[in-house]
Design a protein around this ligand. Structure first.
Ligand SMILES: NC(=O)c1ccc[n+]([C@@H]2O[C@H](COP(=O)([O-])OP(=O)(O)OC[C@H]3O[C@@H](n4cnc5c(N)ncnc54)[C@H](O)[C@@H]3O)[C@@H](O)[C@H]2O)c1
Ligand SMILES: [Zn+2]
Length: 352
């Protein structure tokens, strides 16, 4: 695995440099209905003049075989070959499905990721996983394929809706907790009143993506240490599933923020994670993300969901725990009693 990543707000120059260095017969740009309108016109890359734009409908439900098939059809009708280049311009939906389309068409066309959401910039566009949802299951089919290059910019975040900024920021908090106390506390000082399309914030995004890439590099095929990136996600996935059952879906990033609170309590309870940092996290999450409302009546369902999460093994709940920021212990079995206690404390900390 060899992911080339450039952090720059001079995106056009970065794209031109890559295209000039290659010998591509044709360029395809894949975007969704939002990024085709708001971001693609801003690219200003001279090398992309004449590129063929493939627009897919925005939204997670379109990360589907049907959309993938439409992209393949457009490649095929245009006579695309392995000498063409695909540029994915969008959030995680576009980088996942565009990456898979490129990885599979003609057994693999080179592609560049230009993530335009914060979540894609610090997470989805990095690490080589591509995929689609299938048979009602998330990311059921996909590949591990590295992009030729990933170009990360904060320039496009000016049009990203505020709740999407917060969603990506939750993954940044997770990365910070896996890294060190200083990065974690620096992120907690944000009040979301600042602009995010700045060079200063690009530095923060660079730190965050570097943390993800560290885990990817030591474990490219996700066999062990990379599982640490699931911190907060066991509870987050259960909260997301419960919300789906209530027919009121919640954003993955918000679920991660709430999941971090529950799993940081477990980290405190089982591994001695400092209480003061748990309270600082809970205060930040409540102030900026509000709370996902649960009652005791939801506990059995949540425990059941966590027990059958794809991360669980041998019918036990599996979580990443931290003894302190920067010290993750992955694949920890959690007893049902501890998980219940975490839900109690989550409710206390979130004032519900
Ligand atoms: N491959 C991986 O390792 C990995 C990791 C994490 C998440 N993911 C996947 O990423 C997806 C979620 O990514 P996401 O949160 O970016 O969702 P998304 O791609 O749906 O983007 C969120 C919304 O923001 C819009 N948008 C994106 N950039 C914009 C911009 N600059 N201005 C205005 N609107 C913009 C999109 O059109 C969409 O409506 C999920 O499918 C998830 O499974 C993949
Ligand atoms: Zn996540």
């Amino acid at each position: 695995m060899n992911t080339q990543v450039t952090h720059t707000n001079r995106v056009a120059q970065a794209i031109d440099r890559i295209i000039d260095a290659g010998d591509f017969t044709r360029i395809f740009i894949i975007a969704d209905t939002n990024t085709a309108k708001l971001v693609v016109p801003q690219l200003d890359s001279k090398s992309c003049t004449g590129a063929q734009l493939i627009t897919i409908p925005a939204g997670e439900k379109n990360k589907s075989l049907e959309t993938l098939s439409k992209i393949w059809t457009q490649f095929s009708d245009s006579g695309a070959t392995r000498n063409c280049l695909v540029i994915n311009v969008g959030g995680g939906v576009v980088t996942d499905i565009g990456g898979m389309a490129a990885a599979t068409f003609k057994r693999g066309m080179p592609f560049i990721n230009c993530p335009t959401s914060l979540l894609a910039a610090v997470d989805a566009a990095l690490g080589g996983k591509t995929g689609i949802n299938f048979n009602g299951l998330k990311n059921e089919v996909g590949t591990f394929t590295d992009p030729l290059h990933t170009i990360i910019s904060t320039r496009f975040l000016s049009t990203l809706p505020p709740h999407e900024i917060k969603a990506g920021y939750a993954e940044m908090l997770k990365h910070a907790m896996l890294h060190n106390n200083e990065t974690f506390h620096r992120l907690l000082r944000n009040d979301f009143k600042q602009s995010f399309d700045t060079d200063e914030f690009l530095n923060e995004v660079k730190t965050s993506s570097a943390i993800k890439l560290q885990f990817v590099h030591i474990d490219p095929n996700d066999m062990g240490p990379r599982h640490a990136l699931n911190y907060g996600h066991t509870f987050a996935h259960a909260f997301e599933s419960l919300a789906m059952m209530r027919h009121k879906p919640i954003s993955h990033g918000f679920a991660v923020a709430w999941g971090l609170v529950a799993e940081t309590f477990l980290s405190h309870h089982i591994c001695g994670f400092p209480a003061v940092d748990l309270y600082a996290l809970a205060h930040f999450v409540l102030a900026n993300y509000g709370a996902f409302k649960i009652t005791c009546d939801n506990y059995e369902t949540l425990i059941e969901l966590m027990t059958h999460d794809k991360k669980s093994r041998h019918g036990e709940i599996n979580c990443v725990l931290l003894s302190e920021c920067g010290k993750p212990i992955y694949d920890q079995r959690i007893s049902k009693d501890c998980a219940m206690a975490a839900l109690d404390v989550y409710r206390d900390l979130m004032n519900i």
